[in-house]
Design a binder for this molecule. Structure first.
Ligand SMILES: [Zn+2]
Length: 56
């Protein structure tokens, strides 16, 4: 189970790969948290984003 960082316009979004349901970059139904300028999505399968990909 991995997470991918997507650059969306002027923001970054951390989205779980291969989740139970698709995520949207706008008004996602998982209610992403906004942390330090990054939207961190909540996985529908319950995994934790404990190992976020590094932002370069
Ligand atoms: Zn989401």
């Amino acid at each position: 189970m991995t997470w991918t960082v997507h650059e969306v316009y002027d923001s970054f979004q951390v989205v779980p790969d291969d989740d139970l349901k698709p995520h949207s970059f706008f008004h996602c139904e998982c209610h992403p948290r906004y942390v330090d300028g990054i939207f961190v999505h909540n996985a529908f399968d319950g995994r934790e984003a404990t190992e976020k990909p590094l932002l370069s």
